[in-house]
Design a protein around this ligand. Structure first.
Ligand code: 5GP
Ligand code: ZN
Length: 137
């Protein structure tokens, strides 16, 4: 548990939440400010900031947890689709620095759109970008 972390306090019960699931590794609750009805957060119980600090043990388990919760949420609120989103670091919109995955039910005509591609990349740009990323693997 990290000092002054709101999600750690929710996990320990110090702050109330609309919990929908809990096991040894994860706590799942409704987001307090939902994008759509059923918007939920899958939160690892271990405190770490985001994907860059994630322990292997958690990354190995989070896929099946997302699948299980996404299915229940989509059916439970009768959604037409669902976005899985992780904001990592401030530049990507992260506000709470205890890692979490957003599961956002989507409904036909709900008015939300995705970000748009900027375009403008040349074949040389793609080649350079590809090489830079591959060199980090
Ligand atoms: P992010 O850090 O990925 O930008 O988003 C943090 C999310 O946590 C927001 O969607 C916000 O509504 C949610 N959130 C922040 N504080 C609380 C809280 O005390 N309870 C719940 N249930 N959600 C919270
Ligand atoms: Zn925390």
């Amino acid at each position: 548990m990290a000092n002054n972390c709101i999600f750690c306090k929710i996990i320990t019960g110090e702050i109330p939440a609309s919990k929908i699931y809990e096991d040894n590794d994860f706590f799942v609750m409704l987001d307090i400010n939902p994008v759509n009805r059923g918007h939920s957060l899958v939160i690892p119980k271990t405190h770490f900031a985001n994907i860059f600090d994630a322990p292997e043990e958690i990354t190995a388990k989070i896929g099946p947890m997302i699948k299980k919760m996404a299915q229940a949420i989509k059916t439970g609120v009768n959604a037409d689709g669902l976005n899985v989103v992780i904001n990592n670091d401030q530049a990507a919109g992260q506000v709470v620095f205890h890692a979490h995955v957003h599961l956002i039910p989507r409904f036909e005509g709900d008015g939300f759109t995705h970000w748009h591609g900027k375009g403008g990349e040349t074949p040389a740009d793609f080649e350079e970008t590809k090489t830079r990323i591959i060199s980090e693997l």
